[in-house]
Design a protein around this ligand. Structure first.
Ligand code: MSP
Length: 527
């Protein structure tokens, strides 16, 4: 076996139902995973839920249930979202699973034995809402705390600390030497700026059970549970370790039970890409590499940071009702319309803004009138004029298709998903213009033009086939439907099949059907 391409998402808190931000991150990660598979790599895609901490404990208490019961119910919603988004994840990790807890405890024990974890009194201001201790720098100029932090209380208690400070110079040098470790560049500069300007504090990694018992017990001190970030970050490592991946197991030798013998373990670690949102950059680009370095484990190759979505120019917030419910959008418009909008609207990096009007405009122009119309009229004409039988090969659009295929491949290899989608649509537009210029409906009326009509129809059908292959990572459902309508078996999931000329003469089409039904404008448009 060889090393797989291992890609992860952040694992979601169970604070409430999934929203647009959660869904967006999962979709971009899925596109990268599918693209790499299509380009020939074996890929392991991990997503999951972050289930410990004060908020879950409190929410369960408020309901009068056990935290595990509450977590099970919420985690099921996140698993349902993954299925609804057509994610191709290979596993779903929950931080309450024993396989994860065993690895967190093994790592804690090793770091404790090495002297990297120590106990000390801790005094600080604690925000329960954000589950974090605050420092003087978090105060507003008038000395008060931003309401964002909720209730802030002064707390003094003994806790366990991870000696992060000793790794500051090492990490600065590491990030300096490897420009691809944090992407995009402006996020890397943010991390380097922070590392140069501020002294890294040791990280408090425990909570006394009296205050928080919904966590992984500290294995060498029964009075404490592990604080959520150490627990959460380790998910990326605990799944490979639990699957017996030697690169993940070996650094914890003597701390983990030997892996059960079974089929050959996958080779996953180190992760190739951790996809995360900008708000959790410091945890992933500072805490996590230091935790791994201290454990003696290789570092992930890249932390890829996306921006945040707003709705109608405002922060999404449950309390004001300014949210996008991905499930409702998918129920109304279909999963690929949702995937298309978020991928086409927002590049990985900057912040984005969801508007219902923008969504509907893209649906109508690019999906219904662009791609949908091209595929539907191309296949309908082939059906009507040639009984659905593919004519002899003809290469008039081959150079256009070939150029786009090469461009999309290069962009996918760089995870430039938005630009790749723009590239795919340049072929959609080109082919729609080709229909308008060649006017096959006119050619069909003139028997002397039969050969020309054959040529045009071949070029259109073959372009639809190439598009299905190019679309697979982005819109897997649509890509599969185009393939089925072309009468092709299997999935368009291998990029190499985008080479021109795959449709053989004499091949019989399947049934054409609209891919993106046109929707009537809403009866009463909102102001
Ligand atoms: N549990 C932590 C992550 C631990 S990873 C070891 C967490 N969870 S979260 O549910 O709050 O966020 C999960 C992901 O969703 C994060 O990457 C976060 O940036 C992303 N998003 C949350 N809201 C978002 C938007 N409004 N827009 C885009 N992504 C956003 O943080």
């Amino acid at each position: 076996m060889s090393k797989q391409f291992y890609i992860t998402t952040a694992i979601d808190y169970l604070n409430g139902p999934p929203h647009l931000g959660h869904a967006y991150e999962k979709v971009i990660t899925d596109v990268i995973a599918r693209a790499r598979r299509s380009l020939g790599r074996e890929v392991f895609f991990l997503t999951g839920t972050d289930e410990h901490g004060q908020k879950v404990q409190q929410a369960a208490q408020a309901e009068g249930t056990r935290p595990q019961v509450y977590a099970d119910r919420l985690a099921a919603q996140y698993q349902a979202l993954a299925a609804k988004l057509h994610l191709s994840n290979n596993d779903f990790v929950r931080t309450t699973q024993p396989r994860h807890q065993a690895v967190v405890q093994a790592m804690l024990r090793k770091l404790h034995d090495r002297g990297d974890i120590y106990k000390a009194p801790y005094q600080g201001f604690y925000s329960t809402k954000e589950e974090t201790f605050l420092t003087g720098k978090d105060r507003r100029p008038d000395g008060t705390w931003d309401p964002f932090w909720g209730e802030v209380a002064e707390v003094v208690e003994e806790n366990w600390f991870f000696r992060m400070s000793r790794y500051q110079q090492w990490l600065t040098d590491y990030i300096q030497a490897d420009p691809s470790f944090v992407q995009p560049d402006y996020r890397r500069n943010e991390v380097l700026g922070f590392l140069r300007a501020e002294k890294l504090e040791d990280l408090c990694i425990s909570r006394p059970v009296g205050r928080l018992n919904w966590g992984i017990p500290i294995p060498f001190d029964p009075g404490y549970v592990n604080y959520v970030w150490f627990d959460a970050l380790t998910n990326y490592y605990s799944v490979p370790a639990a699957l017996g991946d030697p690169a993940a197991v070996q650094p914890l030798a003597g701390y983990l039970p030997p892996p059960a013998s079974g089929p050959a373990a996958p080779e996953l670690w180190p992760a190739d890409i951790h996809v995360i949102g900008k708000d959790i950059l410091k945890f992933h680009a500072v805490y996590w590499p230091i935790m791994l370095q201290a454990t003696g484990a290789p570092l992930p190759k890249q932390v890829l940071v996306h921006g945040w979505w707003q709705k109608d120019g405002q922060k999404m917030s449950k309390s004001t009702g300014n949210v996008v419910d991905p499930l409702a959008v998918i129920d109304e418009w279909g999963v690929d319309a949702f995937r298309f909008y978020v991928l086409r609207e927002l590049d990985i990096g900057p912040d984005g803004n969801w508007t219902d009007a923008g969504f509907q405009a893209r649906y109508s122009a690019e999906l219904a009138n662009g791609l949908g119309n091209l595929v539907n009229r191309s296949l309908a004409m082939l059906k009507r004029y040639r009984g659905g039988v593919v004519p002899a090969r003809h290469d008039e659009l081959a150079p256009d298709a070939g150029k786009v295929v090469a461009e999309v491949q290069a962009l996918l290899e760089k995870n430039h998903l938005q630009a790749a989608l723009v590239g795919v649509w340049s072929l959609v537009t080109r082919a729609n213009q080709y229909v308008d210029h060649t006017a096959p409906f006119k050619l069909a009326k003139d028997p002397a033009q039969a050969k020309r009509l054959d040529e045009v129809l071949y070029n259109l059908a073959e372009t639809c086939r190439v598009l299905a292959v190019l679309l697979w990572p982005f819109l897997p459902n649509t890509a599969a439907r185009i393939f089925a309508q072309l009468g092709l078996s299997g999935a368009p999931d291998q990029f190499s099949a985008a080479a021109w000329g795959g449709l053989p003469a004499g091949h019989a089409l399947g049934e054409p059907a609209p891919l993106f039904p046109r929707k009537d404008p809403p009866a009463a448009a909102k102001p």
